[in-house]
Ligand binder design. Structure first.
Ligand SMILES: C[S@@+](CC[C@H](N)C(=O)[O-])C[C@H]1O[C@@H](n2cnc3c(N)ncnc32)[C@H](O)[C@@H]1O
Length: 546
């Protein structure tokens, strides 16, 4: 648990988390006021407000370690929210979680006590109030009074005065004013500045900058490579830029770094996979239409359907398991592994880190069409159960094991997918609080595991067979550097040898197996991006054992 999510677990970091205080900043100057300060709260009886109550319960649950995307639907049910209330709780709940570090920096500047000493109930209310003040169009007096009323109705009513006083200070500036006061100057410290205005921890901003620099945006679109299907309905990430997002990026930084950061705040569309051999994509589109769901073909994956809204669980194909929710990027990398032409047998495939089973099910569908089978490894029993459910009816055998010690014979698989455990920095848009919970220390631990699992994958594939190394993270330490460490290739030079004492491999050009996908870098590995492709930031390297 990071200081940002802990109840009283230490003062939130400032500069180090992109939420720095500039010297001389803190108390707003008179000229910074953005309008009348909110009126003091009245003493009329507090009005129940189930949407904000649900958000406060969510923030408490997240402080306790819950995942917001799992906790909120349950709270919406428990508080019997529907329609506008459910939408308000979702916006305030997810929004607050996404920008926690930024809110904490502002609150810290406004509080008479260090935030680390403020109890959890008051802290949650402060964060909710500050979010409304800085990130919504809710009038300041309404944002403050509605939040303070919930404190008065809750288990710590005595905190209402403190919460009211701090929020009134927050309301003295808008987000632009607070950025001017607290964020490092763009020219002095562009990473720190962008971290504050886009509400990312500094280490994540720096990691994305490194990854984008290694995979620069193509300057001239390759029109001949345009996909034949209509583009998806992905929202334009530049349509709703944070107040202080610079239009000019300082020299030396990737030009699309601000939009890459901003894309983490855009809720993704639901992508469905029409599992090959089980349902045709056109048939799935017809089902969507018949069920009242607006949908269109995905932009990149031949199996993808993109929903414009609505509940995919209503679709008969999803109920039957012939279709499922799956990001287009996940579809692309699994399909790319299956598309590599192989000399020799092609009957046994392995998914070495399979839970919850999305890619195992796509591989299983493709394997069934080709008379092949799949072994799916997952060490966590309940996740192995999810794989069993996802792959029911497919030629997939699930085995509960650590991928580093499966007991399976060396060289016995023709294709191996290693969709490795990773930081998930490529799917921050799906997990509102994740950016504040992950730490740089997680990267080091995961990289060690990723390397060991990739070693195991290369042992298990036969000479001539292929391993797909996948992460849902663009962090270079988890992507090209893992490939480099394990194989002795650097992921950019194309085919070469392997590290001593390890099976010889050559890196294949993964781009060749994502036909029609534009906006890819120089290869041979592939990095997808939410802001370029509308997918999660999946990484794929294809390693052929020689
Ligand atoms: C990124 S997820 C895989 C997602 C999956 N491919 C899908 O599409 O649904 C990584 C999985 O690796 C599992 N895992 C963690 N440690 C592992 C290990 N030592 N060996 C094998 N799998 C492991 C995790 O439990 C998790 O289910």
């Amino acid at each position: 648990m990071t200081p940002h999510l802990g109840p009283a677990g230490g003062r939130p970091t400032r500069r180090g988390d992109g939420a720095g205080r500039r010297s001389g900043a803190g108390r707003p100057a008179a000229g910074d006021r953005r309008g009348p300060a909110p009126r003091p709260t009245t003493r009329r009886p507090p009005v129940p407000d189930p949407a904000r109550r649900a958000v406060l319960d969510l923030l408490a649950a997240v402080r306790g370690g819950a995942f917001a995307n799992l906790a909120l639907p349950r709270l919406i049910d428990r508080h019997r929210l529907a329609g506008r209330d459910a939408a308000l709780a979702t916006e305030l709940g997810y929004g607050t979680c996404r920008v926690l570090g930024q809110l904490d920096a502002v609150l810290d500047a406004c509080s008479s006590r260090p935030l680390g000493e403020v109890d959890g109930v008051a802290l949650d209310a402060l964060r909710l109030g500050a979010y409304q003040l800085l990130h919504t169009r809710i009038p300041p007096h309404a944002a403050v009074s509605a939040t303070v009323e919930q404190v008065r109705l809750g288990e710590r009513p005595e905190a209402a005065g403190f919460v009211n006083a701090v929020l009134r200070r927050v309301a003295e500036r808008d987000l632009t004013g607070w950025a001017a006061a607290l964020a490092p100057a763009l020219d002095d410290d562009p990473i720190g500045h962008l971290s504050f205005v886009t509400a990312h921890p500094r280490w994540i901003t720096a990691a994305l900058a490194d990854a984008l620099e290694a995979d620069p945006a193509p300057t001239t679109p390759d029109v001949t490579d345009e996909p034949t299907v209509e583009p998806t309905v992905e929202p334009d990430p530049s349509a709703d830029l944070p107040a202080d997002l610079p239009t000019e990026v300082p020299a030396g930084l990737p030009t699309d770094l601000p939009t890459a950061l901003q894309a983490d705040d855009v809720a993704p569309r639901v992508h469905l996979v029409a599992r090959p051999g089980r349902i045709d994509r056109d048939e799935l589109l017809v089902q969507c239409r018949d069920t009242g769901l607006r949908a269109q073909p995905g932009r990149w994956s031949q199996y993808a359907v993109v929903l414009e809204g609505g509940d995919p669980a209503r679709l008969p194909a999803v109920v039957a398991g012939t279709a499922a929710v799956q990001d287009e990027g996940s579809q692309l990398v699994a399909a790319a592994l299956a598309a590599v032409p192989l000399d020799g047998p092609d009957a046994h495939w392995l998914d070495l880190a399979a839970g919850p089973g999305g890619k195992a099910a796509l591989l299983g569908s493709l394997a069934a069409l080709r008379g092949a089978d799949v072994v799916a490894i997952e060490p966590i029993e309940h996740r192995a159960d999810l794989v069993r459910r996802a792959t029911a009816g497919l030629p997939v055998r699930v085995q509960v094991a650590d991928g580093r010690a499966t007991g399976l014979p060396a060289g016995s698989f023709d294709r191996v997918l290693l969709d490795a455990p990773c930081t998930g920095l490529g799917a921050l848009r799906r997990r509102p609080e994740a950016r504040w919970r992950r730490t740089p220390g997680d990267v080091a631990d995961l990289v060690a595991l990723q390397q060991q699992l990739l070693d195991a994958a290369l042992e298990l594939v036969r000479p001539g067979g292929v391993v797909g190394y996948v992460t849902c993270s663009p962090h270079l330490a988890e992507t090209v550097e893992v490939v480099q460490a394990v194989t002795g290739t650097d992921g950019t030079d194309g085919p070469d040898g392997s590290a001593p004492d390890r099976p010889a491999v050559r890196l294949l050009d993964a781009r060749a197996h994502l036909p029609g996908v534009t906006g890819l870098g120089d290869g041979p590995s592939v990095q997808l991006w939410p802001h370029r492709h509308g997918t999660d930031a999946m990484f794929l390297a294809l390693l052929q054992r020689t």
